[in-house]
Ligand binder design. Structure first.
Ligand SMILES: Nc1ncnc2c1ncn2[C@@H]1O[C@H](COP(=O)(O)OP(=O)(O)OP(=O)(O)O)[C@@H](O)[C@H]1O
Ligand SMILES: O=C(O)[C@@H](O)C(=O)CO
Length: 423
């Protein structure tokens, strides 16, 4: 294994996994495996990049650091010479972390300084200019992310957000400097390292900027960013003759399917509304879950009876219903109850023969995948930007999954993914 990635959520892990697996157009990527949690066993010998999915985004910082360091040790033991810490392209974090504490702990472990911090993901409209993160034409704090149920983002200045959760004041490299090319960025990173800067917020607006950063980080021990930071990294290994140039294959499994959605992000709410117009949607009242009122039999029946209508079960609510519930019961209690619900439901569905599962939301995906106790997963071709089809084995049976980040995918995503996971 040449490169190792530690991702702070499961949708993000599949997002960066497919970015590494496909690499640059015309060249291909790295043979990449996705591990659902830090594995107990050694990786297969032909794997060139390993992505470890953690569910560490909303944990207390000390736990997130401990899990990330353990993942890092496993990746180093597999032979990785470069580690990437993947977080959300909307820099989802709490005032206490976990991006700053995890990035600094990994930098200390790897002896790295002048480490790139770049959440930009231009294909999804996330750009970083003068340290400010935009989603399309809106600053981060006016993009809907200010209402996120777990990690509301109320400041678009990533330098300030990161400074508040880091021990060392972060450095900065502007877009103008990135335009001067990879050698100039490498020098700038070295200069920042010599000044003692651990983390360096680095602007990027286009994919070309991210490829420049990738080339500048050819020899870096640690890189941090959204998935798009990984675009140019396979090239470094392919150009050296270390990696072969992989192409992800289409993945599909015969059998019943279900769609489970716990994301309350703007795009997901639109996708659910669109799905409801032509397919089967069962809306669960999230408060019923907190009061222990949901019946599993009804849900299994709903999925069984609606196989021809791409059945979707959701708890998602709009900003006001989420905040009413959180004020009444507390943010963590609400999230835990809903995530437990999805984890248990996914297991019941899989036990009842469901073989295709589309999940909406990173924390929700984490809960579902942990519930199903999936180990390593094959990354297939992309269904939409940042969302690959995945092939897992459960009880020696194949299972196809798609884990969709809250704001990813077009309005018809849920039906498209449901159909795409079939052979
Ligand atoms: N009706 C609801 N009220 C309050 N919280 C909810 C409700 N429905 C779901 N949730 C919780 O909101 C959180 C949504 O986070 P999740 O990471 O799954 O989606 P997301 O943030 O949109 O996805 P991503 O992180 O991939 O962008 C989960 O913890 C989920 O349990
Ligand atoms: O970077 C993104 O936006 C996604 O991969 C993600 O992490 C959402 O949870």
């Amino acid at each position: 294994m040449l490169m190792g990635v530690i991702a702070d959520d499961f949708t993000g892990a599949s997002d960066i996994g497919v970015t590494l697996a496909k690499g640059l157009a015309g060249e291909g990527g790295m043979k990449t495996a996705l591990y659902m949690g830090t594995p107990g066993n050694a990786a297969l010998p032909d794997i060139e990049a390993g992505v470890i999915a953690l569910k560490s985004r909303s944990l207390p910082a000390t736990e997130a650091v401990a899990q990330s360091l353990a993942a890092c040790e496993w990746l180093l033991a597999q032979g990785c010479c470069q580690i990437v810490f993947k977080y959300c392209s909307t820099f989802d974090s709490t005032p206490a972390g976990n991006i700053g504490p995890v990035a600094e702990a990994l930098a200390n472990r790897l002896g790295a300084r002048g480490v790139v911090v770049c959440p930009a993901f231009p294909d999804m409209g996330r750009t970083l200019y003068q340290g400010h993160l935009f989603v399309g034409s809106s600053p981060l704090n006016e993009s809907g992310m200010e209402h996120h149920p777990l990690t509301p983002m109320t400041d678009p200045d990533i330098r300030r957000v990161l400074a508040a959760q880091s021990e060392n004041p972060p450095g900065f490299i502007s877009w103008q400097q990135v335009q001067s090319g990879s050698a100039s960025v490498r020098d700038a990173l070295l200069a920042q390292a010599e000044e003692g800067r651990c983390l360096v917020v680095t602007d990027s607006i286009t994919n070309a900027d991210l490829v420049t950063l990738g080339a500048a980080c050819n020899e870096a021990r640690l890189i941090t960013g959204g998935s798009a930071i990984a675009q140019g990294l396979p090239h470094n290994f392919i150009a050296r003759g270390d990696a072969q140039g992989n192409v992800p294959q289409r993945v599909g499994v015969q059998g019943k399917g279900a769609i489970l959605v716990g994301s309350c992000s703007r795009m997901t709410l639109r996708q659910i509304a669109r799905h409801a117009a032509g397919h089967a949607v069962l809306q669960i009242d999230a408060e019923d879950l907190l009061l222990g009122k949901a019946s599993r039999e009804t849900l299994l029946d709903f999925i069984e009876q609606n196989q021809h209508r791409a059945p979707l079960i959701t708890t998602s609510g709009d900003v006001s219903s989420v905040s009413v519930l959180q004020e009444r019961y507390g943010r963590e209690k609400v999230a835990n109850a809903i995530e437990d619900f999805f984890a248990t439901l996914a297991v019941a569905l899989a036990d009842a023969g469901v073989k295709r599962l589309v999940v909406g939301g990173g924390e929700t995906s984490g809960a579902v995948v942990k519930g199903l106790q999936l180990g390593s997963v094959v990354i297939g071709a992309e269904i939409s930007t940042g969302v690959p089809a995945l092939l897992a084995m459960r009880n020696a049976q194949p299972m196809a999954l798609a884990l969709k980040s809250g704001n990813f995918g077009s309005e018809d995503f849920f039906n498209r993914a449901f159909q795409t996971l079939a052979p």
